[in-house]
Design a protein. Sequence first.
Length: 224
Amino acid sequence: MVTNLSLLRLLQLVSPSLPIGMYSYSQGLETAVQDGWVTNAEQTGDWLRGLLHNALGKVDAPLLARLYDAWQAGDMQAVEHWSQTLNAYRETAELRAEDKQTGQALARLLVNLEMPEAQAWQKRPDATLATLFGLAAVRWQIDKADTVSGYLWGWLENQVLGAIKLVPLGQVAGQQLLQRLAGELPALVGQTLIMTDDQIGGSCFGLALASSRHEMQYSRLFRS
């Protein structure tokens, strides 16, 4: 029996146990629950679906694909360009801080996993999670489509785990949400891989508003 090592590396990269702190971010969901926008499993699904299709699918995923190509080609100018572009799309201080902190944390981890190219990104202010995720995927020979799928899955799983605590949802309801929304990922990934540069871009006003309000929320469990 032959084991696909790149698949195992992808599972490692998207695991909730990866020590980069993704579990500590709700991306505005905590405020959405606090303000009564999200109160049950159906509304949680609507919130996450909206972000998947109108934010991640139009910004993060196509930019991750470009970062992957840039790392693969050894084009550092392109890596920096797309990393800074992704950072510019973050509409609040919390969302920018989250991307920088998780990106730098992944850089530190990759250095310890014998990936010296990550060294310079440990303190770079334009580091993003997608930047280092793309580097790891290329060095571990993970297919580009699988890389984008894994990135979206990792985001979705962390958001559902947050919703289980915040809404709150039961564990079964959380798994049902994952099953439904994961079914939309293959088509979404396919769309992002054929997007032109001019087609990249999207904004979710609700996310920006919730995230900015979360910065001032008195009592909270999550960092964003």
